[in-house]
Ligand binder design. Structure first.
Ligand code: ADP
Ligand code: MG
Length: 327
């Protein structure tokens, strides 16, 4: 991008926005060669980075509000999965053109959401390329120990926050609207909202932090993400599929089709975690309003066993895994 353009874009859309709250641990924000922060003593820092590419992670010509929301939500969800609280983020954006309307809508949504989740944009990079690409790196604080994928223990319960499958239905509606004419307006709206406005579970994460052994965010699909826990924790799990909390909008499609969306569809951004039975009881006492459901348990061995009525539940082989870029 021509230099004058690049700097006016940074200045106008990402730096001058009065939307941003300034954190007092940020010593120097956008404008110099680096951002400078003074981390709070006694905390660990965690980072995560994610790239969204037009045509790969979202359809070309998606609304800028949807792209901004998705990009930040996916990253915030990774912080939630570590039991972290948001601190700062950087944004590398490759634009195909300098479109003021697009930039205004993108940056306003991004910075409003950043404010809602109390995370500050402190730097980035702005370039031109033939494909719209957005990379966000988030930084967060963890008090005590982060929640790892590798620390599930035999005898733990497996639980999830919220309800699953709505984003997968939303994706199907977006791709093949003609197949979903029979859905009520309410179900359609819920499914599309789950797809386009995911809610990272940061609040739940801070409640869970002290009680659970292990956590992951459900971004690739429940089966795939539990699979990551099992591989890294070197154990097995049995999941009772009837216990899986299905999103309300799935009631309007056949049960097994909805269940498959909850098991294999990505982008729910709920948390899947493991904890002891005693910790489950304490968690319920301490946070009676926390919305979570026990769906199974960790056992010895390897692999994920899905059960229904105490019998193995079979998904078609190619349905088992979530989204894999090189699969
Ligand atoms: P450099 O030449 O040192 O890479 P840049 O010209 O890329 O610096 O960026 C100038 C300043 O603007 C830096 O502080 C950088 O972090 C910030 N910046 C660039 N692009 C963005 C963006 N999209 N969002 C936020 N800050 C940005
Ligand atoms: Mg640069």
């Amino acid at each position: 991008m021509a230099a004058a353009n690049e700097f006016s874009i940074i200045d106008r859309y990402f730096q001058q926005k009065s939307l941003q709250t300034e954190h007092n641990d940020v010593l120097l924000s956008i404008g110099d060669d680096c951002a400078v922060v003074q981390p709070k003593p006694g905390y660990k820092l965690v980072f995560s980075i994610d790239t969204l590419i037009a045509g790969v992670h979202f359809p070309h010509h998606s609304a800028p509000e949807q792209i901004a929301t998705k990009a930040l939500a996916a990253n915030l969800s990774d912080l939630a999965a570590m039991g972290a609280e948001p601190a700062w983020f950087t944004l590398a954006i490759s634009l195909t053109e300098n479109d003021p309307d697009w930039l205004e809508r993108f940056s306003t949504t991004l910075l409003e959401m950043a404010n809602d989740y109390d995370i500050q944009l402190v730097g980035g990079d702005t370039t031109r390329s033939s494909v719209l690409t957005i990379t966000i790196q988030v930084h967060g604080y963890v008090k005590g120990e982060p929640l790892l994928r590798s620390s599930a223990k035999e005898g733990d319960l497996v639980a999830v926050t919220g309800k699953l499958g709505a984003a997968a239905l939303g994706l199907q509606i977006a791709l093949n609207p003609e197949h979903y004419h029979q859905l009520s307006e309410q179900a359609r709206r819920q499914a599309l909202a789950a797809l386009h406005h995911p809610i990272p579970q940061l609040k739940a994460a801070t409640s869970l932090n002290q009680y659970c052994n292990c956590a992951i965010d459900i971004s690739d699909g429940l089966c795939a993400d539990i699979g990551h826990i099992l591989e890294q924790s070197n154990c097995a799990a049995r999941i009772d599929v009837e216990q899986i909390p299905l999103a309300d909008c799935l009631r309007e499609i056949p049960y097994h089709q909805g269940l498959k969306m909850a098991l294999t569809g990505g982008d729910d951004y709920q948390l899947c975690f493991t904890l002891s039975k005693a910790a489950r009881d304490q968690l319920k006492d301490k946070y009676p309003d926390l919305d979570f459901t026990v769906i199974g348990g960790i056992c010895s061995g390897q692999g994920l066993q899905l059960m229904i009525n105490n019998k193995p539940y079979q998904l078609m082989d190619d349905d088992k895994k979530g989204y894999n870029h090189f699969g």
